[in-house]
Each structure stands twice: as structure tokens, then as C-alpha cells.
Design a binder for this molecule. Sequence first.
Ligand code: 4GW
Ligand code: MN
Length: 351
Amino acid sequence: MDKDQGKTGGVKGYLTKRRLCVVGFIMLLFFSFGFGVGVGFVWYTSNDTGLDAPIKISSTMSNNTQDLDDFHKVNLLRRSDVLTMTLWFAPIVWEGTYNSEILNEQFRQRNVTVGLTVFAIKKYVVFLKKFLETAEMYFMVGHRVNYYIFTDRPEEVPEVVLKEGRKKVVLPVQNYPRWQEISMRRMEMISNFFQQRFINEVSYLVCVDVDMRFNDQVGVEILSDLFGTLHPGFYAAERQSFTYEHRPASQAYVPSDEGDFYYAGGFFGGTVMEVYKLTKKCHEAMMVDKANGIEAIWHDESHLNKYFVYHKPTKILSPEYLWDDDMGRREILKKRRFLAVRKNHAAIRNK
Ligand code: 4GW
Ligand code: MN
């Protein structure tokens, strides 16, 4: 029998007039509660009153904050100068919105292993040393970590001493002549190693750019089924200025009245399964574009943004997690955890 038919039939018999009344009343309560919470979390952008501004937002909290402890909930209320929750109830992670002690304990008990994927193709191998050294200082300290280094120059991967419970896996991959393609093919390569490695080796994947260094703690507070990071150039911008792909001919097209945030291509992740779905879908979309002779304006980042419009992240990372001093006002941040390394474009690219 059809599954849905069965369900509907059951509901019909069950809903007598009286029960309908009760259900209606509960739904009314539910919706008014939801509205209250929704109104409570309005986007604050240019409020410069400092990070410890008085509580301004509604005191009703959603039950939907699954992975938040009480400390976290209270602090969500305090951080009223920035948006700390989306309208679909995904937390936005800023310093001061979580308790790392409690979270570390929870994830330690689960003995979670986190995979960090990074691509170092051609000259970009020069970034690996600083990247790995600083990751050892700040990335998932106290947890199990696998670094997955995708490179066409395995012999140039530096030897960096790793702490216990952390290992390096070098995955030899091909390079592509066009830099746009190097960046875009990351989606394909990540999805390719799902069966062979990730599914058996890690619980979560964190996928980042290599021209970066860690500068402060990046821990288990970022982990969730599917997470993206607010782009440092657009965290306070309006939708009209987001650089989504606006040509309908591309698979990355986002209509002008859609989209919540502009996410950075250089920091996303989630469970292995969610990252597989994301990378596979983005790669397939890029292949369709290629066949149609079109390439999205910001390459893989455009496809990632399109994906997040229709598959809402369950957690969002503030620009603390991908910062570039050339793009944003650093005074808005308590921490700059992961920083873009200045690069000499002429020397580093396409070599
Ligand atoms: C222009 O000549 C290039 S080369 C632009 C990117 C290139 C590139 C990028 C490369 O030669 N080798 C490489 O491994 N990548 C990977 O793609 C690397 O992981 C890098 O972090 C990522 C995205 O490129 P990007 O960091 O240069 O992009 P932006 O400037 O947006 O951070
Ligand atoms: Mn980069």
C-alpha cells in the first residue's frame, strides 16, 4: 500500500471535531510562539554599542536549539549586537555564544574524529607549512583530527610534527591548467573520496582554503550537520549586494528575491554524509554549466551559495572563522580565528 495514503487515512479517522478544536488551539499557540521568537531575532548590523550591550531581544527561546547548552542560550541573548540565530533557528557562532568546556566534554565522550580537507595544487603547496603548524595549535585541540591534503606535489608536502591522535593523509590528485577549475574541482575530489575514505574514517568534514593560517581556537563549536561561514566581505551587507550568480542560464542562479547570507567558499562542512551530498550536487551543477558553456561568476563559491539557499545550514559560522583584514572591520570581532594569508598573486598563481 502507498505509504502516504495510509498516513492520510489514519489522520482522517483520528480527527473528530472535538480533537480538531484541541489541535487547532495547540497550533495557534505554537504559531504565536514561533512568531515571537522570529521577531526576537532581527538582523542587527551597524550597532556599535560594543559587545556587552544590554539585552534587547525577546526572552523567549526556541526549543530548536538542539546542540546548545544553557550557558549558550543565555549568551545568545547577551550577544544582541550581532545576529546569533537565523530565522530558521540555526545558531550563528560568535565568541561568547557557546561554552567550549561543555561542548568539548560532549564531543570527547563521542570520541569524534574530524577531517580537515585542504587543497595544495601547484605553487599553493607553499601555504601548507604555516597552515598545518597553526592548525596543530588551534584546530580541534584535544580531539582526533585527520588532515586530508589533496595535492599534485606529494613530495613537497612539509613534515610537520603532529600531536597524538592527529594524522596527515596525502591524497595525490591531478591539477588543472585553469585556476578557476582548480578551485571548482575541489567539490568533485571531495565527493570522490567519500566511499574510499571519509565514510570509514571521520564523523565530520571541514573543508577550507589553504592560503590561510589559524590564529585562535577553532573547535567543536563549529560542528553540526551542515555548516557554512559568513563571507568577511558581506556579513553586514544587504541581499542586493550579495554576489550570487544572477544569470538564469547557470545552475548556480539565485533569483534576486532569494538568499539569506553570502557564504564564503573557503570554509564549510558538516557530517560526512551532508558534505558528500553538497559536494556531489555542486560538482554536478558545475558539469551542467560546463556542457552549456557557462561558468558561475565566483566558481565553486557561487554553487555553494546556491546550495545553501535550498539546503539551509544547521549552523552558521561568523566571519571570525574566515577573516581577511583587507575586507572587514576587525573591531567588530572578539577573535580572528582563521586568517587569510596575503599572497603575492603574480608569484604564486598559475605556476
Ligand atoms: C590564480 O592564478 C589562482 S591559482 C587562483 C587559485 C589558485 C589555486 C588555488 C592554485 O593554484 N592551487 C590551489 O591549490 N588552489 C586551491 O584553491 C587552494 O586550496 C586555495 O586556497 C583554493 C582557492 O583559491 P584561492 O585561495 O586563491 O581563492 P581566494 O583568492 O578566493 O581565496
Ligand atoms: Mn583563499
